[in-house]
Design a protein. Structure first.
Length: 258
């Protein structure tokens, strides 16, 4: 998109500073109410009961088989993100949603300071998915969850959707305390929440925006690298892959690749 066309995009009306501040103050009342309601929901979440799960459930890590209990790394709590995986498919065909949210999780020290471990449980082979982790440059703990383990851990929840599951360890016993899926995994994201603060928002078709606002974003996959001013496209790559690919990293996930 050229600068000229960008200049022609619809925009909010221009007002004096006092008028702007009055309307912002009115919105701020709603924002504060939203924050307080979020605090109340979080308090209710902390008061939920919990259910025991098998701590010996098998996972595969960089050094071979481990257990769910091992994934805590000695900490009291574990947040596990269940990463969708398309076995045998190349990097461009892997889940753009999982790539989007996982890319946001870079600094783990704040969670560690609260005795919480964050880890990814990938729904595919360890060797193949670990090469994707390396291509993306992710450093969080990474495990493969075999099909039987997924059946044990997800307990009827559909494999193939994005999940966050929270666990509590008491000695050698493990309990599930909360889980979410679909847009619930947006808690891992920061880019989209920052975009929500801008005048054009996420620029997605589902948003309630005024007429003339750009809403042509392909969500999390594009045909070419950024900028992403493109019509919806079924191919392409998850957006976060483009800078890795441009930097010369190999996205070959085949056995024996490096």
């Amino acid at each position: 998109m050229t600068n000229f066309i960008r200049d022609e995009l619809a925009a909010p009306k221009v007002v004096e500073r006092n008028t702007f501040q009055e309307q912002l103050d009115a919105l701020r009342v709603r924002e504060k109410a939203h924050t307080h309601e979020g605090d109340a929901i979080a308090a209710a979440r902390r008061k939920l009961p919990m259910v025991e799960v098998d701590p010996t459930t098998n996972l595969i890590g960089p050094n071979g088989p481990v257990t769910l209990l091992d994934a805590f790394e000695g900490r009291q709590q574990l947040i596990a993100y269940y990463f969708m995986w398309h076995a045998g498919h190349p990097a461009p065909e892997q889940c753009e949603g999982c790539t989007w949210v996982t890319t946001q999780v870079a600094e783990l020290s704040y969670m560690h300071s609260r005795d919480v471990t964050f880890a990814v449980f990938c729904q595919g082979s360890y060797d193949e998915s670990a090469r994707y982790r390396s291509f993306m440059g992710w450093e969080m703990p990474w495990y493969s969850a075999p099909p039987q383990s997924l059946e044990t851990l997800l307990v009827g929840r559909r494999v193939g959707r994005m999940h966050i599951v929270c666990y509590l360890r008491q000695g050698t016993r493990v309990f599930e305390t909360y889980w979410t899926t679909a847009r619930g995994v947006e808690v891992m994201d920061n880019n989209y929440h920052l975009l929500d603060l801008t005048v054009y928002g996420r620029q997605e078709k589902w948003e309630d925006s005024p007429a003339g606002w750009p809403q042509q974003c392909t969500i999390t996959r594009t045909r070419t690298g950024p900028p992403t001013w493109e019509p919806e496209w079924p191919g392409g790559r998850p957006i976060a892959q483009w800078p890795r690919f441009a930097a010369g990293r190999s996205d070959d996930l085949a056995p024996g690749s490096r």
